[in-house]
Design a protein around this ligand. Structure first.
Ligand code: CA
Length: 266
């Protein structure tokens, strides 16, 4: 509980949950042609399903043309504050949750098996979510089933994230972050991150602390809902993604791509 009540973050090891297969599918998904991914854009806020792009080609081209041009970099930053693309996946009918009026649209013909693999991975994460909330209840001296009746909606988002290869000089510009500072809304977020690093959480004094990747560990952070439900005993902490400290700058002056997967419940 100490992690949840102080920093709002903790590492979970030996959970038995491996993201390896999901990572493989994620890399295959983001390698699809842009027009394939854009067939299912995430434009309906209520559904919150589908692809969110960020014009990868545009970033690259602009960066090449406008090196060392302060104004251009500022413009670029304003245009593309978050250097990433993502796929949001919501609940499908069935399982332990009620049916939803929205469907996930998987690229079934371009990438057969992807949807089934994502559903399977989500199920494993959801089982862990239930185990975690039972443990949190016990940690608060409550019956293990205490939160069960509050987590019946199945409003979750499984989010595949791809931070594409980006110019090291661009990412080192102060203020350029790969994902802006935010708290999560839900109960908890499970974060599977690769070894390149870059995740930071804000400590109470306002400084940013690195949350370095640990091999095979899931980073878990508490969200706003859990903070509200526990009268601020559990902390929902601001976090962000900055230039990855461990990532190697390649010969072409770019950081290599970074992948992560986040699963949150609402
Ligand atoms: Ca987050």
């Amino acid at each position: 509980m100490k992690g949840f009540t102080t920093s709002g973050f903790l590492y979970l090891q030996k959970s038995g949950l491996s993201p390896t297969k999901a990572y493989d599918w994620s890399a295959k998904y983001f390698a699809l042609p842009l027009e394939e991914k854009q067939k299912h854009p995430n434009t309906n806020k209520e559904a919150n399903r589908g692809y969110s792009g960020m014009g990868v080609e545009k970033v690259t081209n602009l960066d090449l043309d406008l090196k060392d041009d302060e104004t251009a970099v500022a413009k670029l930053r304003a245009m593309i504050p978050d250097l990433k693309e993502s796929l949001e996946i919501g609940s499908d009918a069935g399982g332990r949750y009620p049916a939803k009026p929205f469907k996930n649209h998987y690229p079934d013909s371009a990438l057969p098996g992807f949807g089934a693999a994502m559903n399977e991975f989500y199920q494993q994460c959801d089982d862990l979510h239930h185990t975690l909330l039972s443990a949190i209840a016990e940690g608060l001296s409550l019956p293990p089933s205490f939160f069960k009746e509050y987590i019946t909606a199945g409003d979750h988002v499984l989010r595949l994230l791809h931070y594409p290869s980006v110019s090291a000089s661009l990412l080192k510009q102060e203020g350029t972050v790969r994902a802006g500072s935010h708290t999560d809304y839900g109960t908890v977020t499970l974060l599977f991150q690769d070894m390149s690093g870059g995740l930071q959480a804000r400590s109470p004094d306002g400084s940013w602390q690195d949350i370095p990747p640990i091999e095979d560990a899931i980073v878990i952070n508490a969200g706003d809902m859990l903070q509200i439900w526990t009268n601020d005993v559990i902390k929902s902490t601001h976090h962000r993604v900055v230039s990855p400290p461990n990532a190697k700058v390649r010969d072409d002056g770019n950081y290599s791509a970074r992948y992560s997967i986040a699963v949150s419940w609402f």
